[in-house]
Structures are given as C-alpha cells and as structure tokens.
Design a protein around this ligand. Sequence first.
Ligand SMILES: [Mg+2]
Length: 305
Amino acid sequence: MSDQLKGALYGLLIGDALGVPYEFKPPAEIPPSPEIEYTPPPHFPRSHPSVQPGTWSDDGSQALCLLESLLARGELNLIDFSQRLQNWYFEGHLAVDKNVFDVGIQTREAIIKLSKNFFPGESGRADEHANGNGSLMRCLPLALWHRGTDAVLVEDAHQQSIITHAHPRAQACCALYCLWARRILQSDTDPWQSATATLRLLYQNRPDFTYELEDHIRPESPPICEGTGYVVDCLHSARIACRQDSFEAVVKRAIAFGNDTDTTACVAGGIAGLRFGFSQIPARFIQNLRGQSLFAPLLTQLLTP
Ligand SMILES: [Mg+2]
C-alpha cells in the first residue's frame, strides 16, 4: 500500500513536470516517445523556457496544498484549503522556487475572489463553459488520504472542486477519478467500471449529476481523446493513457495527445503511480524531479498509519 501511495504522489508530480515543456503543442509537434524527457530534444521550442526541467507546475502545487490541508485538519475544510490555495498563488507556497506559473483562468479568477473574502462556495464559476480540468488535476490526494465511505469520498471530491470549478460536470469528474483511484488501491479487477457503477448508485436521486455522468462524461463511450483542458476530455485521455503497461509508457502516452500535456500527464501519472507503485517509476524521473524537500514531510505523514 505505501509503495502505491508514494507512487501516486510522485506519479502526479512527475507527470506534471514531464508535461510542462510540451504544453500547448499540437500532437503532431510532440517528439516521439523515446525523446519525451524532462529536457526536450535540442531545437524543440519548449513551453515555459525559463522553468528548469523537472519542475512541477500549478497542478502539482495545488494537489500538495490539498494534501497539506487534509493532513493538517484531519478533514476536508474548504476555508483552510482555500487559504492554502491563496498562499500558493500569491506567495508561491508549495511551488518549486516559489515560482507560480501556468495558472488556469478559472482558478485565477476564483482565487482572486477568495482573496476578496468570497466564501469558497461562491468563488468558483458554475456555468457550462467553466468546465476546465483545474479541479480534477489536484484532487487525487483526497483518494490517497481518505478513510471514509464512498459516499463521503464522492461528496468531498465535489466540495474540493466547487472552490474553483462549481459546475456539476467538473464535480462529477473529480468524484469518478477519486473512486477510480480508490478501486485501484482496493485491487478491484475492473477499477474504472466498478467506480462508474458506484457513482451511478450514489447519483440515483441526483438527476443533475446523473445527467452529467450519462450524457456528458459517458464513462463507457469510446472517447475522443485530445488531451485538452476540458475536464471530460482530460479524464478520458488519462484513462486511455493508463492502458499502457508501464508508468513511463502511461505518462508519455498522455503527453503524446498534445495540448494540456502537463495536466493530462499529471492526472494519468497519479493513477499510473498507484497502479505500478513507486518502485516501478524510472529512477531518472525521480532523481531529477525538483522540489522534493517541499513535499517529503507530507509524504511521510501520509504514509504514517
Ligand atoms: Mg500546469
């Protein structure tokens, strides 16, 4: 279990860091798999050129803020989590070199509202066009930390989303992702299908969430995977990437979709880390990940029974 939990946290941070130089590129411009590394091939016009290779971005920092909040409070406390997100955005808390870069539009708007004393339930946009992947990319620590029932895990996944992404579609994607991770931890033979079945049951009396699950997320539909910032596309792209048979192949497949490469690889990398464990993550990805002292105490606390 601890190898899986450690693998998940490293996996999401490594996926994020590996995807950073390739962000916003169309799939045709992504280098072939053997050349996808923290340092792109020579002459590749890397995104975020001032950021050193092996640096996680907003995805990793926000996930660490959530983990830190859960460990500090022993529950999901939206006020506490919101404060840590503000500390990240304004002061670089849990960002490598305190350098905040690559912030999503919805998240930026919400954090600025929070800083003006909006309540966490009022800060996130809830319109249909506000379904970016910004709450999905940070929610895995919930599944790693949680000891509650599936129903409580789902509710907490919703709640952590609404701070920045309040539409039920984004909330439901976070819930499905957390249940998927939990089923992997439980060694379920078909974790995605089992997570979907559970979510259907839990949404039985919630038509708005059922509508989002069946008509938009469509868990069994052959997805169009483009690795974009749309929350549903991100989740499906990560799911398809996770069909690869090693950690390295998963995160590289996620990046090969192009577009929002760091987030797709973060979402997929967390799951791949859970599935294969820390011991199966290539050593060079671990050794060259920057900022490890920032999260080492959090990881120790997470792994302490
Ligand atoms: Mg990012």
